[in-house]
Structure formats: C-alpha cells, structure tokens
Design a protein around this ligand. Structure first.
Ligand SMILES: [Zn+2]
Length: 400
C-alpha cells in the first residue's frame, strides 16, 4: 500500500480537492485545476489503482448517463485518534473517510485541577494495541488533541493548566519515533471544529466555530478550509478571557478573574452546593445533598428540569455568564456558524432556549442575525474523529 505522504505535485492537488469537496466529478476537477480531461483521467486511474480513491454513482434522478463521483476510499487505511481531556482519555480508530470504527473512553475521577489522567507512557500502550489489532501496514498515522496550549508549528504541547504530566511534551516527535508513522497534535477544540466542519451536520458556511464547555472553555475556528491558530498556535483560549468581576480569584493558568474560574462544570456544582447550604425553603436537591453529602451532574439536570428553585437559579447564573462570554466572541468575530459541545452540553442540552434568550440580551442584534447556533451531534466522538482527521487535513490542505 502506498503511503499518502508519498503523493505530491498534481496528484496531491487532485487528492486535496477530492478530500475537501468530499464528492467531486472529473469534469469539476478539470474546471478547478485547469488540467485537461486526459490528465485528470490519467491521475484518477492511478489513484483508483492504488486504492486511495473510489468512483461511485451520483444519486441524481436525471435521465441519461449519470456522472461518476470521486470519493476518498474509506477502506484505504485507518488513523488512530486520541483526545486528552480533563477527566477522560478517548482513543479510537477512524477510517480514511472520517468514520469512527472503534473507540475506548477512559473516564477518571476529577478531584482537583490539574487532574491526573492516563499518562503518556500508558497512552502509548493503548495506541500500540490498536495498531497491532488493525495491522501495522493499515494504520497510516496518529492524530492527537488535548485541552491546553499547543504550539502547533513545533508540534509541542506547551502548557495544560488542567491536566498533569503533558507540559512541554514533543508529542508528535515521540509518537513518530515509537510507531514509525506520521503524527500530529493540536488543541481538542480545533479537532472538534474540524470534525464538525467535514463530518458533522454542518451546513456549508464560510466559517465554523466550535465552543467546548465542560471542565474548561475553548474555541476552535475554521475559516474556509483553514484552521485559525494564531501566531504561535495559542488562539482560542476563551476560558481565559477576563470577567469584570474583581474578586481576584486565581485561575489554573496562574492569572486572575478568568471566566473559567466561575463557570466550569466543577465550579457550577460548587456554587450550587453553596446555594443549597444557604437556602432555607424546600428543595429536593437540598434534601438529596443533606442526605448523601453530594450531588451529581445528573442530579442537577433532573432538578433543573423538575423546576427545583435553587437548581434553576444556579443554572440561570451559569447561563448568564456563558452568555456573556459567547456574546463577547460573537460581537468580536460575527461568526456564521457556532457549534456548542463538551461535557456541559452533553449533560444539559435543554438550556438552549435560555441561552439563546441570553444571547439576544447580550449580543449586538445585527451580529446575531443569520447565525447558525446548534449543539454538536457528534458529541464525544467528534473529539476522536477530529483528532484523527487533523492528520489528513494537515497533509491534504495545510501543506499545499
Ligand atoms: Zn485563566
């Protein structure tokens, strides 16, 4: 099997177009590239022979001969996708067309920040097992996403305020050295944005922003087919925008008054417990807390939906602050599509109408018009798919 990294020049340009358009005819390829039908035919024949591209019937209802559509062959090979979050490590196998074939999700008990999760050595043991299972010659590479600051250009995980053991780690170099296949690392939010853009329910828009909200807050932005990373690759740290609250609470990043100090999942639960302690009336959630000494995120969900006064007020406060940070983003960038994901939206998708109302209050009205706002349907799978497909994207789109 030929490694995709061995293709270059015209052939690579054609492959890149088939990947970004997902389905394309020979005629369109010829029109975009300016190459003759004969040249396109010659390249496509060799790509089909190599097994990297397949030809399928168009689903057109037109009479007569239907044009054949070219697609990336899903069975060409596999990519390992890894996502390192604050309380879970997700590892999966994705086929060449971005379909998740297998996943394992390791959840860790979150006690304090930075949290202790699967370390890099153990992670490699899991990757090794998957590579052996799917065949050393069938796995094309490894893509990794992590919640933290990643210097994409030097492929180094620089600083993870919420995760222990991954700071200053040259992840790609170490993975490449150990497994002998290409590897790439980026932030989780960007990986999830990539998954939404190409493999989710995205309508074709000029730009897409993925806002991840759970144990931290981050945003991944794609403009056209380009992932926006900032000058050193540190763009998108939405959790560390400052609140106007001035009680000087120290953030895990070392600075003060970051929004993340107030509204992550653990912070929301802590604030709610404090409300319950002070509340003097009847609350089912309070009763549960007094009886068991704890409340789970699921308890909060059912209390809010059941109309528990304290829970509704606590959630209202979170929505208000989340609305503020999203309004800041919307007012600054006037994005066309925002996809919301992460632990918070997996647990509490029912807050959307309230969040939308909050945005109407806090955004400049024209900025909010025509914006497509939705919750991710890929959910946790998006992190694995996006991490894996970073590798394909890096090669097909970013190295042209
Ligand atoms: Zn911070």
């Amino acid at each position: 099997m030929k490694n995709i990294l061995d293709y270059n020049g015209t052939t690579k340009q054609i492959l890149s177009l088939i990947y970004t358009r997902q389905q394309i005819t020979r005629k369109t390829l010829s029109k975009i590239t300016g190459f003759s039908g004969l040249t396109i035919a010659r390249i496509i024949t060799s790509l089909i022979k190599d097994g990297v591209v397949i030809e399928t019937d168009a689903a057109s209802a037109d009479k007569g001969r239907k044009p054949l559509l070219l697609e990336i062959n899903p069975g060409y090979g596999y990519i390992i996708g890894v996502d390192i979050g604050t309380y879970s490590t997700k590892i999966g196998v994705v086929d060449f067309s971005g379909r998740l074939v297998e996943k394992e999700i390791h959840v860790f008990v979150f006690r304090e920040s930075p949290s202790t999760i699967m370390n890099f050595d153990l992670l490699q043991v899991h990757i090794d097992a998957l590579i052996k299972k799917y065949g050393v010659n069938r796995v094309l590479g490894i893509g990794m996403g992590i919640t933290g600051l990643v210097d994409y250009y030097s492929q180094t995980i620089v600083f993870c305020p919420n995760i222990r053991g991954y700071n200053n780690l040259e992840a790609s170099r170490l993975l490449q050295k150990r497994f002998g296949i290409p590897a790439v690392v980026d932030t989780s939010a960007r990986c999830m944005a990539l998954a939404e853009k190409y493999f989710g329910k995205s309508e074709v828009t000029e730009d897409l922003s993925f806002v991840s909200f759970g144990h931290s807050i981050a945003v991944g932005t794609i403009i056209g087919n380009t992932i926006f990373r900032g000058s050193n690759g540190f763009a998108g740290e939405l959790g560390h925008v400052k609140t106007v609250l001035r009680d000087d609470r120290i953030c895990t990043c070392g600075s003060y008054n970051c929004i993340e100090v107030y509204i992550t999942l653990p912070e929301m639960r802590m604030a709610l417990i404090n409300r319950l302690k002070e509340f003097r009336g009847y609350s089912q959630l309070k009763e549960k807390y007094e009886l068991t000494g704890e409340i789970s995120y699921e308890d909060i969900a059912s209390a809010v939906q059941g109309g528990d006064k304290v829970a509704v007020e606590g959630m209202g406060e979170t929505i208000q602050m989340l609305g503020t940070v999203l309004a800041d983003y919307i007012n600054l960038f006037n994005p066309s599509e925002i996809v919301l994901g992460g632990g918070f939206f997996d647990l509490y998708p029912f807050v959307m109408p309230d969040l939308e109302k909050e945005l109407q209050k806090q955004c400049l009205t024209p900025s909010l018009q025509n914006i497509r706002l939705r919750i991710s349907e890929l959910s946790m799978d998006g992190a694995i798919i996006g991490s894996a497909m970073q590798l394909v994207h890096r090669y097909f789109v970013e190295s042209n």
